[in-house]
Ligand binder design. Structure first.
Ligand SMILES: [Zn+2]
Length: 325
């Protein structure tokens, strides 16, 4: 329907909406953001997304109506364009986001889970150097732990469109409670939020009036400085990430496992222990997926969903399906 050479990618988060113009070489040529104001409810947030798209269109050089992709948290029904019930967007229950945005802007909209969108962006970046790469898994380590599965060159959603929720795979039976309602999820040990919470819990148990650690960067700095409590909890997060990597290897055999999200900015401090634990726990060293740090940083979601909008712009819109959600 369009021969655009760029797309608009929108990354919808609980606190910020980020939007960018993404070209076919995965460069962001213009980036902007606004507060989500999630407390205003779905209609208010949808109006904000529409105004953000309007602001971005003004910066599109040769085409006023490039395709639009939206990366959203939580589970989705992509075929029907519904956002089901994300924990960080209160009041959103089966919101027809795609219909609402399409009606307002007059252009087809692609909806994708935010971690899947980031996975697609990282996959596209890796294929520059390795055009034959077909299988990759992304773990995003941020407020929560997300995942995206690229299997045989395609994003894998499964019949219920919820495959790849790697943060809610269980690494400790009957372990710490997770926001999803299960216990012992990877997210309860290895998200930035939970690492900070666990370090603060452990420090307070030793010394009641110790100053709180506020961010994963501060935890990483404490680990580098040799703080024993921070090191123990960091190490445990790395061990459970290694468990997940081994399970992924045996389930899916990806060639590459990419660690993304805010925690991945710790670089070797996170990837080296995960590698070491994975090698220590796994049988043999054949067919071992390569562990890498993500390349696209904070903009992976915007870039990935922009690339998806470009890649899918000529696909027929799928029929509404009873599957999922
Ligand atoms: Zn969970």
């Amino acid at each position: 329907m369009t021969d655009s050479t760029c797309a608009i990618g929108i990354d919808l988060g609980g606190t910020r909406i980020k939007g960018g113009i993404v070209d076919a070489a995965r460069r962001i040529t213009h980036l902007t953001a606004m507060d989500t104001q999630a407390e205003g409810g779905p209609d208010h947030v949808i109006n904000r997304i529409v105004s953000l798209i309007g602001a971005l269109r003004a910066h599109v050089p040769d085409d006023n109506h490039p395709p639009v992709g939206i990366g959203s948290p939580g589970s989705l029904n992509r075929r029907r364009g519904l956002v089901i019930n994300p924990p960080n967007l209160p009041g959103w229950t089966r919101v027809p986001l795609v219909d609402n945005i399409q009606n307002a802007i007059g252009v087809a909209v692609v909806l994708e889970n935010d971690a899947n969108a980031a996975a697609w962006g990282e996959y596209a970046a890796l294929r520059d150097a390795e055009p034959d790469l077909r299988d990759m898994t992304l773990l995003t380590l941020g407020t929560g732990v997300g995942g995206g599965l690229i299997i045989d060159g395609r994003l894998h959603g499964g019949p219920f469109e919820s495959a790849g929720e790697l943060g809610h795979t269980i690494v400790v039976p009957d372990g710490r409670p997770c926001a999803c309602g299960q216990r012992g999820c990877l997210e309860a040990y290895a998200s930035a939020t939970q690492i900070v919470a666990r370090v603060n819990e452990a420090r307070r148990a030793e010394e009641a009036d110790v100053a709180a650690i506020r961010s994963a960067e501060e935890v990483a700095a404490a680990v580098r400085a040799g703080d024993s409590v921070a090191s123990r909890i960091w190490d445990e997060a790395c061990r459970y990430l290694a468990v997940t990597c081994i399970n992924l290897r045996h389930l899916l055999n990806p060639r590459v496992i990419v660690l993304g999200g805010g925690l991945s900015e710790a670089g070797d401090l996170i990837i080296e222990p995960v590698r070491r634990y994975a090698r220590g726990m796994a049988w043999g060293d054949h067919d071992e997926p390569e562990l890498r740090i993500a390349q696209l940083g904070n903009d992976a979601g915007v870039i990935g969903v922009g690339m998806l909008a470009l890649d899918r712009r000529n696909e027929p819109i799928a029929d509404a399906s009873p599957a999922g959600g």
